[in-house]
Design a protein around this ligand. Structure first.
Ligand SMILES: C[S@@+](CC[C@H](N)C(=O)[O-])C[C@H]1O[C@@H](n2cnc3c(N)ncnc32)[C@H](O)[C@@H]1O
Length: 183
């Protein structure tokens, strides 16, 4: 194999791997879409994440939202991710950022995960995935939990707060369950 063929094979393998990481998760719940650092901070400020709180990301990708929650907002962070490559990357990034002890990445299916310890539940999924999660997941959550969803609102639930650009939605069970369709 010549140098050109080797480079082409390397490039094709890389592209296939990347396509797999982005596209395959669509069939499990949501595609991968890494966020800009400014958007991550905006999400965490919108959720009003406080020191010592447990911040949970269902479908955590490469874990940068969790890492920022732990590093800049002093939260305990836990995420679930189905893609083993992203799980490895997230664990590595958490260690590199010095928050390996405060960021836990669980490899698994978010639909099987119990987020009962979460003070803040963060979701960046799709409407289909949300419809599959809700209302069942409400039974597992703390009454005081704050649910923050990026890009997708929860059908039938009234948000407590919506960002100006209407990309972020915050739901509070103890304030909202009685008026929601899911109660
Ligand atoms: C849009 S990305 C969001 C990543 C991260 N939460 C963020 O905000 O940057 C959705 C992630 O969910 C993961 N995912 C999709 N279906 C899943 C499932 N059933 N269980 C666990 N993770 C899943 C995908 O691999 C992808 O990394």
């Amino acid at each position: 194999m010549g140098v050109f063929e080797f480079h082409s094979a390397f490039l094709i393998c890389g592209l296939l791997l990347l396509a797999g990481m982005v596209i395959l998760p669509i069939f499990f719940g949501a595609p991968w879409h890494p966020l800009m650092p400014g958007t991550i901070r905006r999400i965490l400020r919108f959720a009003d994440v406080r020191p010592g709180e447990t911040f949970c990301d269902l479908g955590c990708g490469e874990g940068r939202v969790l890492i920022t929650a732990a590093k800049e907002f002093s939260a305990r962070a836990v995420g679930v991710e189905i893609d083993p490559l992203k799980v490895m990357l997230a664990r590595l990034l958490a260690r590199i950022n010095g928050v390996g002890d405060r960021v836990q990445i669980v490899r698994g299916n978010l639909f099987d995960y119990d987020p009962g310890s979460a003070d803040v539940l963060y979701l960046y999924l799709t409407h289909q995935a949300m419809d599959k999660l809700f209302p069942e997941i409400l039974k597992k959550l703390k009454p005081s939990v704050r649910i923050v969803s990026y890009r997708f609102c929860l059908r039938g639930m009234t948000p407590e707060k919506v960002s100006e650009d209407k990309t972020l939605f915050l739901y509070q069970l103890d304030k909202g369950t009685k008026i929601n369709n899911y109660s």
